[in-house]
Write a protein that binds this ligand. Structure first.
Ligand code: MF3
Ligand code: CO
Ligand code: CO
Length: 265
């Protein structure tokens, strides 16, 4: 089987894990000011996940990843490694990607933070990235072919003259960090699996202000940057397919989207 339907008890655990991952993003907001290093951001999140939430930071040691969270600034598309020499400055845009394990189940979510006064382009890029994710959430319900998710994201992003990264995708999630199916953020008609109630997966579009091509830095083996050094933005949620639409398991408290989306019709 190319996808996994979660049981009731698994769904309960995934709700807890999702909530917890979201709470890390809520908690870290107040620390994100010019002059903080990404290492310090990592340490605060690490301690909060372990000591306050009694959970495990899933990134730490994952295929050798050296830190507990990913911090991706400006032209870094994803998988930025926290570092004490990497200091936030006014005008930066940073994606913080949190994955936690609680009671053996994963929650995975990320968002952009804008540091101080940022450019009009930065603001627009982040806004379009978030809106592309929201549009895709609003069409999820049983019976929808998987490619519809990528289609709506790609159409919206390109209509706004930005580009979608093709090399990285969303994923099923549960006991494993990355499970079937792959969730592409661009249209691929072969991807015609139909969504079913009980599936849980992430949607995490990465969008670039310039060309879609990316490259992985050879020196650390992780950091992915845009090839043309243009800005990149990403938002990620973990979602459960319900009989009425979907539940956004990683919704943050003051986020302007409902936890339960009723997507019939
Ligand atoms: N959280 C990322 C995702 O959304 C994966 C990070 S893997 C790491 O799938 F090893 F870089 F942490
Ligand atoms: Co993910
Ligand atoms: Co993630």
């Amino acid at each position: 089987m190319s996808y996994i339907i979660k049981t009731k008890s698994e769904i309960k655990k995934m709700r807890t894990s999702g909530k917890l991952a979201a709470e890390v993003l809520e908690m870290i907001k107040k620390y994100l000011r010019p002059n903080i290093s990404t290492e310090d951001i990592n340490q605060i999140c690490h301690d909060y996940i372990i000591y306050e939430k009694k959970a495990i930071p899933a990134c730490l040691g994952y295929h050798g990843f050296p830190k507990s969270i990913c911090t991706s600034i400006n032209d870094v598309v994803c998988h930025g490694i926290p570092n004490k020499k990497k200091i936030l400055k006014e005008g930066d845009i940073i994606n913080i990607d949190i994955t936690i394990i609680k009671d053996n189940y994963h929650g995975d979510t990320s968002k952009m933070f804008l540091i101080g006064k940022t450019s009009i382009l930065s603001k627009r890029l982040c806004k379009i990235a978030q809106e592309s994710l929201y549009l895709s959430l609003k069409l999820i319900r049983p019976g929808i072919p998987l490619y519809k998710i990528g289609e709506i994201i790609q159409n919206y992003v390109e209509k706004n003259n930005f580009s979608v990264v093709k090399e990285y995708c969303g994923h099923g999630i549960g006991r494993n960090f990355h499970e079937e199916p792959h969730i592409l953020h661009y249209k691929n008609k072969e991807n015609n699996i139909l969504l079913k109630k009980g599936m849980i997966f992430t949607i995490e579009p990465m969008i670039n202000a310039g060309n879609p091509q990316v490259r992985c830095m050879k020196d650390d083996g992780w950091t992915v940057k845009t090839k043309d050094r243009s800005l990149s933005a990403q938002y990620e949620h973990t979602v459960l397919v319900t009989d009425y639409g979907c539940d956004v398991l990683t919704r943050r408290n003051n986020e302007k989207i409902s936890q339960k989306l009723f997507n019939k019709n």
